[in-house]
Unconditional design. Structure first.
Length: 375
């Protein structure tokens, strides 16, 4: 029996928000949780030690990119992803499906899988549900994801139905070849913006009895109200004793709205990506460190933050580093943005325990004047 279990500790009295504990083969992850993204076996600019120092308990890495470079066999020969990158915390790997549909050229989708051209060298590649799972088993992550089709928004009902049917068949095929006892496997709910398809997909996946479930197909161009409805239309039919994971979401308003609806796990490249472009998420709202006003500002980036960046350095110094194109600046800003979101999660867990999550959500969104993007 797999040593992988979700325990519901407490449910908020006024919402679907859940305080939980995820036992990942002896490694404990408190939920709700935000997972930093280490696409190519690294969270850009940060060491595993720095990731742990900001309070991260689990990270995500990318099947597609590691398959292309350095190759899953190289990682397997190193002893698996944990040893390869010297990280002993839990690691989740995505299926590679999103990258196939967003990065690759000349895609041809068939029942067997997807033929496409590599974004690196243009070579022709083929990825099937079985191949995705085999790659993830070689990577030996703690949590693997089913291979699915990520469709654009909007898509017609007819196409979405065919795609959802295919995703369910692919989920079954991937599950059939998955053999690692020390690796959990999640199914992914698709169905576009169609309530009946979301319900049907969630119920079918629940019948397959995965270790956890992901809500896919969001953040692909739909408005916020539609996105939140898509989450609701899937999550109400998922088992309450299994973790629920919303893929690719990292804006503060989306995180809080996801938690309110019962989501346990989130990931996104947003905090580190915007940091590399000079944008910081702070208790005063969005801060663009490139502005001239910060060149002589000797105050911390965020006086309410306890990260290495805010405790030890000033806006003027970070401004200088960014203008000088020094890597330290992007590293410190990435540390700050990730710590900021992890603190949001810590506050959410405390609020759920105290049955005041909705009040906490209102406080955050009122105190932090984010724009509609959530940062």
């Amino acid at each position: 029996m797999k040593d992988f279990k979700y325990e519901l500790i407490h449910k908020d009295a006024k919402s679907e928000a859940r305080l939980g504990k995820l036992n990942v083969f002896g490694k404990i992850v408190e939920t709700p949780v935000f997972m930093p993204v280490g696409t190519q076996a690294t969270v850009k600019f940060l060491s595993p030690e720095e990731i742990k120092a900001i309070g991260s308990s689990i990270i995500l890495s990318n099947t597609y990119h590691l398959w292309l470079r350095p190759g899953e066999k190289v990682v397997k020969a190193a002893g698996g992803l944990h040893k390869f990158m010297n990280y002993d915390g839990p690691i989740l790997t995505d299926s590679g499906g999103f990258q196939v549909f967003s990065l690759a050229d000349a895609r041809k989708i068939k029942e067997e899988g997807v033929t496409f051209k590599s974004h690196l060298d243009g070579s022709t590649l083929f990825l099937s549900p079985e191949k995705s799972i085999e790659i993830q088993m070689d990577l030996h992550s703690d949590i693997a994801m089913s291979f699915d089709e990520c469709i654009p928004f909007p898509s017609s009902y007819e196409y979405t139905k065919r795609s959802t049917e295919r995703t369910l068949r692919w989920a079954k095929r991937g599950k059939d070849v998955h053999t690692l006892d020390d690796q959990a496997l999640f199914g992914i709910v698709q169905g576009g913006a169609y309530r009946d398809l979301r319900e049907w997909c969630a119920k079918e996946l629940a019948e397959m009895d995965f270790d956890g479930y992901s809500i896919g197909g969001t953040s692909v161009g739909e408005d916020k109200a539609t996105m939140y409805t898509m989450i609701e239309d899937a999550i109400r039919y998922l088992p309450k004793d299994k973790p629920r994971y919303l893929m690719g979401v990292g804006a503060v308003n989306d995180l809080l709205n996801g938690i309110e609806r019962g989501v346990d796990m989130f990931d996104c490249v947003l905090p580190t990506r915007i940091a590399r472009h000079g944008t910081l998420m702070t208790s005063q709202g969005r801060l663009n460190i490139k502005k001239n006003i910060y060149a002589t500002d000797f105050t911390p980036v965020d006086p309410e933050c306890d990260c290495e960046c805010c405790k030890n350095y000033t806006k003027a110094y970070i401004n200088h580093l960014f203008r000088a194109k020094e890597g330290l600046g992007m590293r410190l800003m990435s540390i700050h943005n990730l710590r900021f979101l992890i603190k949001i999660m810590e506050g959410a867990r405390k609020a759920i325990k105290e049955d005041r999550f909705l009040e906490y959500k209102e406080e955050i969104l009122k105190k932090f004047p984010f724009d509609e993007r959530g940062f």
